[in-house]
Write a protein that binds this ligand. Structure first.
Ligand SMILES: *Cc1c(COP(=O)(O)O)cnc(C)c1O
Length: 422
């Protein structure tokens, strides 16, 4: 950051402080990760200077020989990574990827008829804001209906209910995917129900794309899903961004391309697309499979520690990278209180609603945490056990956050953020 330091002390100071915060604390927010220096170099490259509206070979401006090359490379790596025939790497983030997908596949509401229907996961059961939360603009345009878990103790989805709702509501999209659900979905059942009602299957893999890419979780495409949307910055460990993959249907891919640009976005962020290409290259390396597997092994150990201390976990544990704990029911702490206590200890988690929460979203009953970032730091089961035990002691007020902070800082310094991953 030599140039920033010389030119702009105010910005340099804030950026340096964030470097220290990330180095000394432990990041347990399950949607966050640390990217390699190579990804950062691509983000900071001259590609940020270029306008490239359109797609490779079909741009609105000249001077595209290198932007075309980098976008084609990102697309081909994405397709290889996920076993897809088509990829659009231009979505600026996960939410715009979902919005473009909705507009590509659905008719919006008009004065005389409601918009087409999306059947997605209940938000308090783990679904995402972009899956039809009333505060989002998409609910003014499309009709969202929901399925949920049959049993919160095991996390089993109620597939009978899902089918009944699908038969009644005739959704155009059956949407799988979540940001706070710790178990695996039975993708085959989604596909079977969708075929019965003539819906398109979309998996929003924003949280678990890296675990799918690394082969640690099954792929929705293997079960016949039509489309996968994702972020590139969570378990996939790339730059902040989104992506839409189409398994094989060319007509679907064309509709999606048209909605991403010019339907929804302007010029693509070519520096981010270059960084996506770098991250996909890292994810194609065999070492990424080890990473993905370790993420899950680490989460499993942390879940065990919480369970050993009688803290109730939603679905009883985890099969992926994240854990949702009912701290209010188990310890009488609100999610906000737990988040604040852990923050003071240098452990970053987020408050989260639990299934059918009786408390409000801004002051819910649970916390959500996970292992993608600390696994990138090289933490394995032993370190994760120590982190979880420290968390439990702080939450039970058997250790002060100040004392815990020293333990965490030591752990963090033992496991520095690596510069390169291959
Ligand atoms: C994070 C997330 C998104 C949104 O991604 P942004 O990059 O924050 O826009 C969408 N869907 C799911 C399931 C997510 O977890």
């Amino acid at each position: 950051m030599r140039n920033i330091k010389q030119q702009d002390a105010a910005v340099a100071e804030i950026l340096a402080a964030e470097d220290v915060r990330q180095a000394e604390g432990l990041e347990l927010i399950p949607s966050e990760n640390y990217v390699s220096r190579a990804v950062m170099e691509a983000l900071g490259s001259s590609m940020t200077n270029k306008y490239s509206e359109g797609y490779p070979g079909k741009r609105y401006y000249g001077g595209q020989e290198n932007t075309d090359a980098i976008e084609r490379l990102a697309i081909s790596r994405a397709c290889e990574l996920f076993g897809a025939k088509y990829a659009n790497v231009q979505p600026l983030s996960g939410a715009p990827a979902n919005i473009a997908t909705y507009f590509a596949l659905l008719e919006p509401a008009t004065a005389d008829k409601p918009g087409d229907t999306v059947l997605g996961m209940d938000l308090s059961h783990g679904g995402h804001l972009t899956h039809g939360h009333p505060v989002t603009a998409m609910t003014k345009v499309f009709n969202f209906v929901r399925y949920g878990m049959k049993d919160v103790a095991t996390g089993e989805i109620d597939y009978d209910e899902l089918r009944e709702i699908a038969l009644r509501e005739r959704p155009k999209i059956i949407l799988a995917g979540f940001s706070a659900y710790p178990r695996n979905l039975e993708y085959e059942k989604f596909v079977e129900i969708a075929r019965e009602v003539g819906a398109i299957t979309v998996m929003d893999a924003a949280h678990i794309a890296g675990l799918i890419a690394g082969g640690a979780l099954p792929s929705p495409f293997d079960a016949g899903f039509d489309i996968m949307t994702t972020t590139t910055h969570k378990t996939l460990r790339g730059p902040r961004g989104g992506m839409i993959l189409v398994r094989e249907d060319e007509a679907l891919a064309e509709k999606i391309n048209k909605q991403v640009f010019p339907g929804l976005q302007g010029g693509p962020h070519m520096n981010t697309i270059a960084a996506k290409a770098v991250a996909f290259g890292e994810a194609l390396d065999p070492s990424f499979a080890d990473y993905a597997e370790q993420v899950i092994a680490n989460a499993s150990v942390m879940a065990d520690v919480f369970t050993e201390h009688q803290i109730r976990l939603i679905t009883g544990g985890t099969s992926n990278h994240l854990i949702v704990a009912d701290v209010y029911g188990s310890l009488g702490l609100t999610g906000q209180e737990a988040e604040t206590l852990l923050d003071a200890a240098g452990i970053t988690v987020n408050k989260n609603v639990i299934a059918d929460d009786t408390r409000k979203p801004l002051d819910p009953s649970g916390i959500r945490f996970g292992t993608p970032a600390i696994t990138t730091r090289g933490c394995t089961e032993d370190a994760c056990r120590r982190v979880a035990e420290t968390m439990v002691l702080v939450l039970k007020k058997e250790m002060t956050p100040e004392t815990a902070r020293e333990v965490i800082k030591e752990l963090a310094l033992e496991h520095p953020i690596p510069e390169s991953f291959i």
